[in-house]
Design a protein. Sequence first.
Length: 333
Amino acid sequence: MARRAGVPDLVDRARRGEQLAVARLISLVEDGAGMRFATPAGREPDVLREVAAALAPYTGRAHVVGLTGPPGVGKSTSTSALVRALRARDRRVGVLAVDPSSPFSGGALLGDRVRMGEHTTDDGVFIRSMATRGHLGGLAWSTPQALRVLDAAGCDVVLIETVGVGQSEVEVVELADSTVVLLAPGTGDGIQAAKAGILEVADVLVVNKADRDGADQAIRDLRHMLSLGERPAEGAWTRPVVRTVAASGEGVDDLVAALDDHRAWLDAGGERDRRRIARAAAEIQAISLEQVRTRIGDLRGAHGLRELAQRVLAGELDPYRAADELMASVERG
């Protein structure tokens, strides 16, 4: 019961900008993610439900920017440079830096406070590393709830930096209002990104490390690849290609301007609402599927599931009929 009384207090303090309260709320949702979302009837609500319910009235204000791209393109450096540029415009910024998990501790392998140390004493910035803990897609399981915490805490912009993406790790597009795909010259990333479909999720494309040889060619290649698609409808967003050298700050103002333009476009045509409705629908679906998986997991040791498996093996049932019977058991609770 102490936890139930504590969550509303933490939310109230987080909304006043107390960084310790923000950190505690994110820790609660990270810890709660290990328990997942299932709550058997008659028990106290789990911490994820408590926090989500307490935050719900105060979210939906922050502009969420996802930064993704292959390893080594300078995502962390670009994130830090973006924070600096946004703070120069007096915007409160939250950063969720999603890192691979340690195989030993389960924690994040890379430390955002090492990579973005210049911002850690700024009360207008909150930075948090989140471990994937084996979750695929470039994000951590608890990222959506952590995003809600930063939104409710008054962040104007929340930057989500993913782990290095591969062909399936583009989950950030389901969370972000604006998705930035970073590439670097001389690495073949543009071709790989096209093959992997990463370009399709980009709202803004960035060629970072543009002081290297091959930057102009990389930009030409990207613009050519973008031109190969279907002719955009009237009023559609035209994806810009921005060149930056994040380590020196060169081009970062152009990136902020591109993000501001995209935000204005989202608001003008109602696209922001459409994306956020799709985001909420995807999250509801994920929670529902997790609940079903948890209940099926509870049935694995039950006699009924073993009987169904034996009947499939004996040819008395096909696996689809068996699945129907299993789902009927789940629905009966």
